[in-house]
Design a protein around this ligand. Sequence first.
Ligand code: FMN
Length: 350
Amino acid sequence: MSQLFSPVRLGAYDLPNRVVMAPMTRSRSPGGAPNALNAEYYAQRAGAGLIVTEGTSPAPEGMGYPWIPGLYAPEHVAGWRLVADAVHARGGRVFVQLMHTGRVAHESLIGGRPPVAPSDLPLPGEMFTGTGMAPYSQPRALTAEEIPGVIATYGRAATLAAEAGLDGVEVHGANGYLPSQFLAPNVNTRSDAWGGSIEKRARFLLEATDAAVAAIGPGRVGVRLSPGGTFNDIQDPDAAGTLAHVATELAKRNLAYLHVMDTNPGWDVAGVARRHYPGTLILAGGYDRARAEADLAAGRADLIGFGTPFIANPDLPERLRRDAPLATPDKTTFYGGDARGYTDYPTLAA
Ligand SMILES: Cc1cc2nc3c(=O)[nH]c(=O)nc-3n(C[C@H](O)[C@H](O)[C@H](O)COP(=O)(O)O)c2cc1C
């Protein structure tokens, strides 16, 4: 008996299957508003029980990568309406992932001003700015007075998501972006109410989540975490303790789901998440059909997120259902560009 293709309740929604399209930045929204090509891409993948879109900034300061979408201006709402309508026309459901890049940014992409972060510690290394490679820009530490304003952008973006007809939002608390920067003791060296103890480091993520919940209700809000992940130079010597605290706090909020990326840090991420989060749990990271079915059958997760496999297989759920072979994506077209490597992957021959 397939678990992947059994229905499931997720917050305010009934989903026909447990295959989640994991959020993936594709950098194909020049100007920040989703366009017709983006809408076609998501519509092709509407067979997923739930689509979580690419990371989308709730504020101009969070647009740290080239050609990513935003959700804070009227043209963004119009663009996201194209996506929502196209996915709904194919019978799907779509949550937009709210990603404020924080210090993972180049200032040329955010109005020439320094990126904002919990502390003024730059991210080592270089990034693609749209024209070439450059070091990540020197960030400035947010003042305690301005943090509530940044948190409020999550609430506004959630309101705009609903206005665009999107089904909900996922707060991106993973992978070293702004809320994850606050969680990490090596990036957040503050000694005020927003740094220090785990309770204080978690405050930004929890209040951003609360802002989204206040705007559109808990059944339309999910949160993503990457416990133990080291992407974007995150170091947390007590990542399991951080997960336990954050999951426990999130569990009080009756959210649509918690989405946990398991980056294999050497401890049982899924087990800790399950123990501290009795609600709907999505696991993601390196899944194939067999492992997905096994984890669902064992009760380790309620839904499974698939990232890379969705790039080259727009009809991934159907292929999983039939146990059909999967196409391999072209990594050179992951970020930026046009329809090539984006909307031109074929579905299975009927
Ligand atoms: C091209 C690409 C872009 C991604 N962008 C995001 C993103 O915007 N937000 C996010 O939370 N994760 C992002 N991820 C991570 C995926 O959501 C997923 O967790 C990861 O690829 C592991 O799952 P997989 O093995 O099924 O690909 C991205 C991954 C890829 C390959």
